[in-house]
Design a protein around this ligand. Sequence first.
Ligand SMILES: C[S@@+](CC[C@H](N)C(=O)[O-])C[C@H]1O[C@@H](n2cnc3c(N)ncnc32)[C@H](O)[C@@H]1O
Length: 280
Amino acid sequence: MKNATELAADQAAFWNGPGGAAWLASQERIERGIAWFGEQALAAAAPQLGERVLDIGCGTGGTTAALAAAVGASGHVLGVDISEPLVAASRARQIANASFECADAATQPFEAESFDLMFSRFGVMFFGDPVTAFKNLRRALKPSGRLVFVCWRMPQENPWGLVPFKAAAPFLPPVERPGPEDPGQYSFGDRARVERILKGAGFGTPTFEPLDRPMRLGQDMAETLDNAGKFGPLARLFAETSPANVAKAKEAIAAALKPHVTPDGVQLAGACWLVRVGRN
Ligand SMILES: C[S@@+](CC[C@H](N)C(=O)[O-])C[C@H]1O[C@@H](n2cnc3c(N)ncnc32)[C@H](O)[C@@H]1O
């Protein structure tokens, strides 16, 4: 079993390597796919003029830009991300009242009690030692401050990811199932675990609001299969698989997704938690 340092190193290598590159290559499509969830979280966070905000795991800065617009010229947003290429893309936005740091949010020595709001769209599920990471973040939140983030619920509630993955699995190299405490896309799916982590870090009692929205995998099956090879767990496995087996995997995905073809593209349910908590 890997320790927290090794898990953090794996995440840094992934987001600075293939994960960051794939995210950048599909940036616009990914952004469209997750925009609604981020908008709900932004509305719940209700950033105010003049506030100081931290955008955790800011990626290419889409939510940082929205937060910066909301806090206005008298406010400021710091976007922090562990991935150099994604931070470079954020900086290229040249947002007057935002700055970006390439750093591990789990350990970065932020100024104590300096943020009114900490925000994240899908950027807080990757800490090797989440309790220690959230302790570090809480230290930097003002006593009156709030933390608002959106994260995926369990894989079974997210068939947009699970259905194609299960269909393709027999033709792809075996993957180790992540342990219940391991970082990853669905690691905050269990709300009891999230509550335990936040309370363990000293936060108050969080509230959890389910956010449900279909995810559009592509405008038709051909685009969906093409997209599957570009970003996400399948793309990673396709890269390690023979072309013949990738073709078989794609056939199986097409069969499994056939019932989900709609006039508005290939769509399956997506499910997130909107989590809000005070510093305590
Ligand atoms: C799923 S992406 C979300 C990006 C962005 N929030 C968005 O919604 O477009 C997760 C992001 O978290 C970043 N990340 C992962 N672990 C991190 C850490 N320990 N500190 C800072 N950023 C981290 C990754 O580099 C990646 O950009």
